[in-house]
Design a binder for this molecule. Structure first.
Ligand code: BES
Ligand code: ZN
Length: 650
């Protein structure tokens, strides 16, 4: 282990300046062994505890040879063909050689039909030979192109498949307006390769441009520069001048409209929900201001959102300049807008500074959950922020208690077989509570300044957990050596379970809810007399989540009669209630649950619901509902629920 100089080495700076992300070659750095590291007196030059890898680690979920040749720009030229449910056209890739002897370019492809490949050498285009490897059900295919004489560009003519996992094609009947079809993408973690042959790994960043042709009555929008007031004519052009990882490519096409919220913030949606969306998200410009103030400038130009059809499988997706959102956020009272704060926060944590490999996903999601909570605090005050943290802590404890493999409960996840495994509430809430711990120990002022510098230092790079830790060690920790110990840091990052240094968020509002709940459960108060009129969504969630599992049918009925919980419109509260009802065998919930499952495709709700139905003797009923709902779900959700109902995985 080497002695660490106080500042980052000149070599490291040169590497950072010369490339958007560092070269790949070496496997991931292992967790440090605390026994090997010596403790020192403050001020003395210390032996480094955490060491950044010299090169970007290998991503296990790509075939790309990005340590030899790197794609730096993708120019897409695609027709959106709704009848065939395919994208058809070309992609031209700019190449940079890291290894001057490289003779092949290896890309990722999944379900793509290739028509031809050309390569450009000294300005001349020639046909290039290529080979498509076997199809792996997870990773797709290795797509290898022979590069004549250090070709600097390749152009691939191809089309996608109607079954592309990253694209959902909705028929016009499946939209709210019922008159036009709809297409939207979801490429995180590794489905961009179902849209175009690419180096589909977060370790590689590229800029992109696109020309998209659609039926003239539809609008195409992408995670890129575009004119929100542009003409609706079926020909659209886009430019993303900042280098991004491929999972942040995104496209949506449909009969959508735009509504401005402020000069630089707006929302796209189908007409039926456009006004409601603009109202629900009216505070977004204030959120941008709050993060700018804390962590430095927003570097992506405009910030727009699109509210997608209900089959969108996530709450939100942080596509740059254009967050994708589920319509289940439109609750009418701004109570679920933490998801907007979250997706916006990714413009710093995730999109600006990106995990190079998926086992480090907590660098994206944990940092983002922390920033999200700071935004909620800045806009709505500590009471709301602490309620959200208390709900997150309860969820985190449930996840840790139920984990089948404890090694999945450390921030840096080991043994990841599918990138999705790195996205549990451990990477989200666990990451947030780790940063809260650091905030508490170093003090808010120093920690805020440190985070701001961190985003600036690693801007437009793809990094690892160890890059973060080494930077933390060289800066915040070196200046305040007594604030934390290496054992405390190591416990958070590399050891399973919840460290005992975690905050215990206490909400006064929740305590009052719990007192009323206890009084009702003890038979001292009638359900109708529980004073709920001033409860926020969060207080309701706390009330429902903390109901005991062994409630009687009478108790379920009493709550339902008093508050109509089985028919509540707020999707989060409905979901919490359905989960309790399924576990408690409460039958009256089945009918509204059925219509919820047919209407909503958001994975956070439907995966646990199908799982709970199966686990509670309702597997046949779940299969029947799923048979009707499946065609409306996104391909990603179909794959997950197929596995849940077959009993494989979660
Ligand atoms: N980046 C995620 C969504 C995602 C994760 C897509 C993993 C594909 C693979 C997004 O930022 C997110 O975390 N969304 C959350 C909302 C958040 C407030 C917890 C969601 O969808 O619920
Ligand atoms: Zn996120």
């Amino acid at each position: 282990m080497s002695l660490r100089a106080p500042a980052v080495s000149l070599f490291a700076i040169a590497v950072m300046l010369s490339a958007c992300s560092k070269k790949a070659e070496e496997p991931e750095a292992a967790a440090p062994d605390p026994a090997e590291t010596a403790s020192t007196e403050p001020g003395e030059e210390r032996e480094a505890v955490f060491t950044a890898p010299e090169q970007t680690p290998i991503d296990a979920f790509t075939y790309a040879n990005y340590n030899d040749v790197r794609v730096t720009h993708a120019a897409l030229d695609l027709d959106v063909l709704f009848d065939e449910k395919i994208l058809d056209g070309t992609v031209t890739l700019d190449l940079e050689y890291l290894n001057s002897d490289a003779e092949t370019l290896v890309l990722d492809a999944n379900d793509l039909t290739i028509r031809s490949v050309e390569a450009r050498t000294n300005g001349d285009w020639t046909q290039a030979t290529y080979e498509m490897g076997e199809d792996d059900p997870r990773k797709g295919s290795r797509f290898e192109i022979a590069l004549p004489d250090r070709a600097d560009q390749v152009r691939i003519s191809y089309h996608t498949s109607p079954e592309a996992e990253g694209l959902q094609w909705l028929s016009k009947e499946q939209t709210a307006g019922k008159e036009h079809p709809f297409l939207f993408s979801q490429f995180q973690p590794f489905y961009a390769r179902t849209m175009a042959p690419l180096q589909d790994t977060p370790a590689v960043r590229m800029t992109y441009s696109a020309k998209i042709s659609t039926p003239p009555e539809l609008i195409a929008i992408m995670s890129a520069e575009q004119d929100p007031d542009g003409e609706r004519d079926g020909e659209y052009e886009f430019k993303m001048p900042q280098p991004i990882p491929s999972y942040l490519l995104a496209i949506a096409v449909g009969d959508i409209e735009f509504q401005a919220i402020s000069k630089n913030v707006g929302v796209y949606a189908e007409d039926y929900i456009l006004d409601a969306s603009a109202k629900e998200f009216a505070d977004t410009p204030k959120m941008v201001t709050a993060i700018n103030k804390l962590y430095g400038p927003y570097r992506w130009g405009r910030y727009d959102m699109i509210v997608l059809p209900p089959s969108f499988p996530f709450g939100g997706m942080e596509n740059p300049r254009l967050s994708f959102l589920t319509p289940t956020l439109i609750a009418g009272d701004k109570s679920l807008t933490n998801v907007v704060a979250h997706e916006l926060a990714h413009s710093w944590s995730g999109n600006l500074v990106t995990n190079a490999v998926w086992p480090d996903a907590w660098l994206n999601e944990g940092f983002t959950s922390y920033v999200e909570n700071r935004v909620m605090e800045a806009l709505y005050g500590e009471d709301r922020a602490v309620m959200e943290r208390a709900l997150d802590m309860a969820g985190l404890k449930r996840t840790i208690a139920n984990a089948e493999r404890p090694e999945t409960t450390a921030l840096k996840v080991v043994g990841v077989e599918h990138p999705d495994e790195a996205f549990s509430s451990v990477s989200y809430a666990g990451g947030m509570f780790f940063l809260k711990f650091l905030e508490t120990r170093f003090g808010r002022e120093k920690f805020d300044a440190f985070l701001k510098d961190y985003f600036d230092h690693f801007a437009f790079q793809s990094i690892t957990t160890e890059d973060f830790l080494a930077y933390f060690e060289d800066n915040l920790w070196a200046e305040n050596p007594d604030a934390v110990t290496k054992e405390e840091i190591t416990a958070w990052v590399y050891e399973p379970g919840l460290p005992d240094t975690a905050e215990n968020p206490v909400s006064d509002a929740f305590e009052k809810v719990s007192a009323q709940q206890a009084s009702w459960l003890a038979g001292e108060t009638a359900a109708a007399d529980i004073e709920t009129s001033a409860w926020s969504t969060h207080e309701w969630l706390h009330f429902v989540n903390t109901l005991p599992v062994e409630m009687t049918a009478e108790q379920f009925l009493a709550l339902d009669d008093a508050f109509d919980l089985s028919r509540i419109q707020n999707a989060e509260i409905a979901f919490a209630w359905y989960m309790k009802a399924i576990a408690g065998g409460y039958e009256r919930v089945m009918e509204p649950l059925e219509s919820f499952l047919i209407r909503v495709g958001r994975g956070k709700f439907i995966y646990p619901l199908y799982g709970a139905l199966k686990a509670n003797g309702k597997g046949d009923w779940a299969q029947e509902v799923y048979a009707r709902a499946r065609s409306g779900y996104h391909p990603i959700a179909q794959r997950r629920i197929d596995a849940i109902l077959a009993g494989v995985g979660e």
